[in-house]
Write a protein that binds this ligand. Structure first.
Ligand SMILES: O=C(O)C1=C[C@@H](OP(=O)(O)O)[C@@H](O)[C@H](O)C1
Ligand SMILES: C=C(OP(=O)(O)O)C(=O)O
Length: 429
């Protein structure tokens, strides 16, 4: 494990950034390219570790995937084109890869084993193994099938009518990918709307899927055809610079080509409610995923409450929203966010622990956190705990610190944003 001296005490952030490709959409472009027929071309694919884990798994399943500087090309032969892998499928640190992959493998008539790193080994898998087993797949794993390694033998699947016990796009997507292989029509009811990239991908690849309020319906046996995908920038990555621009004095940042799918824009809603000087310009709704440019300027912020159906629309942004709240006037309360406990780390614990070290006034609750605003942040040694979003949040916090800040395990950041430090250095020039 290495450590890094972070940039501190910054007077201003200024300039224009093009945000790298969306992680959720990049994963799905490889998966759908692999289960469709023909040559899928993907531009602005995120070159993050998690997305390379997805590519590596599908190569082991027999799919030819070529990559050069500008483009990814995936040569799919339908679900039937996937073959039994000779090796275990290693998803690294990626929850999205393992859960969606299991949905695909559930319907394939061969044996496979999925594994990941230590963090993946602690994340719950029953949420996908239960519905997929109900559809007919055979699966087993450590602790009665709850944790990796998990072995699977896919089967001919029966459709399912399923009420999701948690608002999770990964679980929904795993069932949809299995549903596409089932003998009949499956329905999924989600307790709150979650990111809908899988639904949009099904349509983009020529399939049909319908939604009526929180009820989603998909028919098995549809043939998907290759597509040309341009991946918009990741709003979850843009979030770090939206917050940085709002809290570092005298700043103005333009963020280009940011994905603005309404199931992902909770951070914009919250920042506007807190009083952020944030504008959306050049919005383009004509593509399968909307995108646009964002302008953020230093802002006078006030505390807020973040809760309820908004949580799934900003789940990955909560660590950076917590930092934002340390600079707002008054109290911010984050509730109904217990899902944070089962991410790359327990993000309630790691956010509270690491921001407290820098002098923030923040306490953990059962389902979120309470933050008292307007703290002067100081220096210290902090850790990403191997969680990319915690590492990036701490690097943005350091910009406000007037003493030295050392970040342990900064490498984790390459999971979703390999150029992150380059982008900070560019804006803080
Ligand atoms: O479907 C996806 O691409 C994702 C869904 C979310 O997870 P959950 O489905 O577990 O909420 C999110 O936290 C993750 O970063 C990506
Ligand atoms: C939770 C995350 O990803 P995953 O679940 O794919 O590991 C994330 O990127 O914040």
């Amino acid at each position: 494990m290495t450590s890094l001296k972070l940039k501190t005490n910054i007077n201003r952030l200024f300039g224009e950034l093009t945000i790298p490709g969306d992680k959720s959409i990049s994963h799905r472009s490889v998966m759908f390219g692999s289960i469709a027929y023909g040559e899928t071309r993907v531009t602005n694919f995120l070159p993050g570790d998690d997305c390379y884990s997805t590519i590596s798994c599908f190569r082991k399943l027999g799919v030819t995937i070529e990559e050069d500087d500008n483009e990814l090309r995936i040569y799919g032969n339908g679900f039937e084109g996937l073959i039994e892998p000779d090796e275990v499928l290693d998803v690294g640190n990626s929850g999205t890869t393992i859960r969606l992959l299991m949905g695909i493998l559930a319907g394939r008539p061969f044996f496979s084993t999925v594994v990941g790193d230590d963090s993946i080994g602690k994340r719950p898998m029953t949420r996908v193994t239960v519905p997929l087993t109900n559809m007919g797949a055979k699966m087993d794993g450590r602790k009665n099938g709850a944790y990796t390694p998990i072995s699977l033998r896919g089967k001919r699947l029966t459709p399912i009518n399923y009420q999701l016990p948690v608002a999770s796009a990964q679980v929904k997507s795993a069932i949809l990918l299995a549903g596409l292989q089932a003998d009949g029509v499956s329905t999924i009811h989600e307790p709150a709307e979650t990111r809908d990239h899988t639904e949009r991908m099904i349509r983009k690849f020529g399939g049909e899927i319908t939604r009526d309020n929180q009820l989603i319906t998909v028919k098995g046996g549809q043939k998907l055809n290759a597509a040309t995908i341009h991946v918009p920038g990741d709003i979850s990555s843009a979030a770090f610079f939206l917050v940085a621009g709002a809290i570092v004095p005298n700043s103005e940042i333009v963020l280009k080509n940011v994905g603005l799918n309404p199931t992902r824009t909770g951070i914009i809603e919250v920042m506007k409610k807190m009083g952020a000087d944030l504008q959306i310009v050049q919005k383009d709704d004509s593509s399968f995923e909307p995108f646009g440019d964002l302008i953020i300027k230093t802002s006078a912020l006030k505390g807020t409450v973040v809760e309820g159906d908004l949580i799934p629309k900003l789940i990955d942004e909560i660590p950076i929203i917590a930092l934002l709240a340390t600079q707002a006037e008054g109290k911010t309360i984050i509730k109904n966010a217990e899902e944070l406990k089962v991410k790359e780390t327990n993000r309630i614990d790691t956010v509270v622990k690491e921001l407290s070290k820098l002098g923030a006034s923040i306490e953990a609750t059962d389902d979120g956190m309470i933050i008292q605003g307007q703290s002067q942040l100081k220096g210290g040694t902090v850790s990403s705990h191997g969680d990319h979003r915690i590492g990036m949040m701490l690097a943005i916090a350091a910009l406000l610190c007037d003493e030295e800040v050392i970040l342990e395990n900064p490498e984790a950041i390459s999971v979703s944003y390999p150029n992150f430090f380059k982008h900070i250095n560019y804006l803080a020039k």
